[in-house]
Write a protein that binds this ligand. Structure first.
Ligand SMILES: Cc1cc2nc3c(=O)[nH]c(=O)nc-3n(C[C@H](O)[C@H](O)[C@H](O)COP(=O)(O)O)c2cc1C
Length: 247
C-alpha cells in the first residue's frame, strides 16, 4: 500500500547536518513505493509563531500556511527528523510544528533523531514523543537514532555505512504496520487509568498492560501522565491524555 508521507526537517542552521538524514529517509520511503513531501523550514520560512493557521479566518491565512495545511491534511503518515539542541528539540522544529494542530489528526508519526555525539539525539526524541502525542500524531514505538550524523551521509543523503539501510527497513516496516492498523487484542480500550474511575482501574507495568490489552488509546489523569506517555509509546500502546493536576 502506497502511503503519502510527509517528512518534517527541524533545522535551519547554515551548516546543518540533519537535512542529509531527512534526504536519506525520503529516498528510503520512495524506494518502498511511497510518495514523499519534504518540509524544509529553510525553504519554507515560517514566521516565529504569532497566529496558528486555524486562527486565521477561512481563506485569509498566508499562502505558505495554506499550502502546508493542505499537505498535512492529505498525509497518511509523518516522519519527524529532529536534532538535539541542549537535550531538547530544535526551535525551528517546534515552530514548524506549532503552527498547526487539527491538520495532523489522526495519523501516525515516526521519529528520526540525530546528534553529533554518540547518543543520536534520543533525549530530544523523548520530548518529541510528548509533543507529537498532543498534536494528534502519536509516534510509533521505535525511534531511529543517528549518532555522529556529520559522518553518516553524503550531501544527497546516501548512507556511508550499510547499517543505516539495514536498520531503516525495520523502522519503516513498523510505520507501515501502524498506519495500516495492527489488529486489536481482546479487551483493547477497556482499561482506563484514572483516579476518577476506580471500577476500570488497572495496574501493572506499561509492558504488562499493553501486552494484555494490545493497541488502545488510554486516558491518564494526574501529572504522572506526561512520563507515562513516553513509556507507553515505546510499548506500541499510544496514550491519549486527559491530564489533571494531582490532588
Ligand atoms: C544550540 C545547539 C545545542 C546542541 N546541543 C546538543 C545536545 O544537547 N546534545 C547533543 O548530542 N548535541 C548537541 N548539539 C550538537 C548537535 O547534535 C549537532 O550540531 C547537530 O549537527 C545539530 O543538528 P543540525 O546540524 O541539523 O542543526 C547542539 C548543537 C547546537 C547548535
Amino acid at each position: 500500500m502506497s502511503l503519502r508521507c510527509v517528512i518534517l526537517d527541524g533545522s535551519v542552521r547554515q551548516t546543518r547536518q540533519g537535512i542529509k538524514a531527512a534526504r536519506f529517509v525520503v529516498e528510503q520511503l520512495a524506494r518502498r513505493g511511497h510518495t514523499t513531501t519534504l518540509v524544509d523550514p529553510l525553504e519554507r520560512p515560517l514566521p516565529l509563531l504569532d497566529r496558528m493557521y486555524k486562527e486565521y479566518p477561512k481563506g485569509e491565512a498566508p499562502a505558505i500556511l495554506e499550502a502546508l495545511a493542505e499537505t498535512y491534511r492529505r498525509a497518511d503518515a509523518f516522519v519527524i527528523v529532529s536534532g538535539e539542541y541542549n537535550n531538547g528539540i530544535p526551535p525551528a522544529l517546534k515552530n514548524l510544528l506549532d503552527h498547526f494542530l487539527e491538520e495532523y489528526f489522526f495519523r501516525p508519526s515516526a521519529i528520526v533523531c540525530y546528534s553529533a555525539g554518540a547518543f543520536g539525539g534520543v533525549r530530544a526524541a523523548m520530548q518529541l514523543r510528548m509533543t507529537l502525542g498532543e498534536l494528534g500524531m502519536p509516534s510509533i514505538p521505535s525511534i531511529f537514532p543517528i549518532p555522529h550524523v556529520q559522518d553518516a551521509f553524503d550531501d544527497r543523503g546516501a548512507a556511508k555505512q550499510p547499517v543505516f539501510e539495514q536498520r531503516i527497513g525495520r523502522f519503516l516496516d513498523e510505520l507501515e504496520m501502524v498506519r495500516q492498523g495492527a489488529p486489536p487484542k481482546a479487551g483493547a480500550g477497556d482499561a482506563l487509568l484514572s483516579r476518577g474511575a476506580p471500577q476500570n482501574r488497572t495496574s501493572g507495568s506499561s509492558t504488562e498492560i499493553s501486552t494484555k490489552y494490545g493497541a488502545a488509546w488510554w486516558i491518564v489523569s494526574s501529572a504522572t501522565g506526561m512520563s507515562a506517555s513516553v513509556s507507553f509509546a515505546g510499548t506500541g500502546c499510544p496514550v491519549g491524555f486527559v491530564a489533571t493536576a494531582s490532588p
